[in-house]
Design a protein around this ligand. Structure first.
Ligand code: AMP
Length: 403
């Protein structure tokens, strides 16, 4: 029987799961449960035909139970996995790397819940579910914030009274660290360098968007802050705004709670276009002459270009600018329009390579005169989590699952 690693990623109403072979780290199965805690909860496994039956209002635990049973019934997960890796959004300042989960680690994740109220509690419920379903299997937490713990104070401190940081942990933490760290290892591999000597700017552009300056293998600056709201324009999140907006809109009758909701769920591409948070649809609308969609894309690309420029302040040299995430990997237009704003810095794309997203050029899309390589690299956060889970479970002397 092959040993498997199970990877779990719990969102507020979703559960993503992946099964990896422990030896080869090949992904052998993937699954997604959606609309959890709603009447129409549904789950699917990519390698199994049809939906996996779930009770109405299924919880994360019920979905996990149904999905792992379906995996077992179809021979995709025989017996217990050898390790389980969990994506955990916020590790605060407690975690600089992944951690083997014990009661102390659980307590520390719980303590960070006030910094990520939508994410950490649901991550914890995923961990509790797998611990009770597979009591003898080591669980590993892989944090979105951990990679950014190398940020220097000049990059993580807000210019507010220092006691806010000292007493309440108010600072920039950064997110998408799992994806940015994967960009580093993949870019280094493609450039024939070691990660420790590689410096890149990594732009993760999906529904959530962030950018990181990675200097000699370490995160040196990033665009997300205390929460994942700061920085770039995103699908429905505003990114940077003037905090004075809160006071001004209060005078217009918009309360803080309402504005908080608007900035997270009704802003970004959705707010600007008035149509959708989906970049692919926006590009189609813009091509058909829908002006607000074109403007939304322009704002998105300009903010991104500004941040690419800003990330240069943290680097001594740049080995590559890297695009990833659904937009970064797939949108020829966004990559082109962004770099059109950065001609002064010497970025130049090859139209043909960019059109194919570097598919036939090991990710390279830069033109011959470009001052820096530009790469498109598909992200693979699940693989990073599986790798970390296998590494820490093997290093531990804890109880192992029966083969
Ligand atoms: P993610 O969160 O990484 O899955 O990325 C989701 C975003 O990627 C959505 O805005 C999608 O519209 C966008 N996306 C996916 N494919 C394309 C494409 N071919 N062109 C433009 N945007 C795309």
């Amino acid at each position: 029987m092959d040993n498997k690693i199970l990877v779990i990623n719990c969102g507020s109403s979703t559960l993503k799961l992946a099964v990896f072979d422990e030896q080869s780290l090949d992904c052998t199965a993937t699954g997604l449960a959606e609309r959890l805690n709603h009447d129409d909860a549904v789950a699917r496994i990519g390698q199994i035909d049809g939906d996996i039956p779930l009770p109405a209002g299924a919880t994360h635990r019920q979905a996990l139970e149904a999905m792992t049973t379906a995996l077992a019934d179809s021979g995709l997960l025989e017996g217990a996995p050898t390790a389980i890796g969990h994506r955990v959004v916020h590790g605060g300042e407690n975690f600089r790397e992944a951690a083997l989960i014990d009661d102390e680690v659980l307590g520390a994740i719980d303590a960070c819940a006030s910094l990520a109220p939508l994410h950490n509690p649901v991550n914890l419920s995923g961990i509790e579910s797998t611990r009770s379903l597979f009591p003898d299997v080591p669980n590993v937490a892989v944090f979105d914030t951990a990679y950014h713990q190398t940020l220097p104070p000049k990059a993580y401190l807000y210019a507010v009274p220092h006691s806010y940081y000292r007493d309440w942990g108010v600072r920039r933490y950064g997110f998408h660290g799992i994806s940015h760290s994967y960009m580093l290892t993949e870019a280094a591999r493609r450039l024939g360098k070691t990660p420790a000597t590689t410096s890149i700017i990594s732009a993760h552009l999906g529904n959530g968007c962030s950018i990181a300056a990675i200097r000699d293998g370490l995160s040196a600056d990033t665009s997300m802050g205390l929460t994942p709201l700061e920085g770039l324009v995103m699908g429905s999140r505003s990114g940077d705004i003037d905090p004075g907006l809160f006071d001004y809109l209060k005078s217009k009758g918009i309360a803080q709670d309402e504005l908080h909701h608007v900035l997270n769920h009704e802003s970004g591409l959705l707010g600007l276009s008035g149509q959708t948070n989906d970049m692919r649809t926006l590009c189609e609308l813009a091509e058909h002459g829908h002006e607000p969609s074109g403007v939304a894309i322009e704002v998105f690309c300009f903010r991104l270009a500004r941040y690419i420029g800003a990330m240069m302040a943290s680097l001594r040299h740049l080995d590559a600018l890297v695009f990833t995430g659904g937009i970064g990997e797939n949108s020829t237009r966004v990559r082109q329009q962004t770099l059109d704003n950065l001609k002064l810095l010497g970025f130049e794309l090859d139209d043909e390579l960019n059109r194919y997203g570097g598919e036939f050029s090991d990710g390279h899309i830069e033109g011959p005169g470009s001052r820096f390589p530009v790469l498109v690299i598909p992200t693979n956060e699940e693989l990073v989590i599986a790798r970390e889970a296998a590494r820490l479970a093997n290093a531990s002397n804890g109880p192992q699952a029966p083969g």
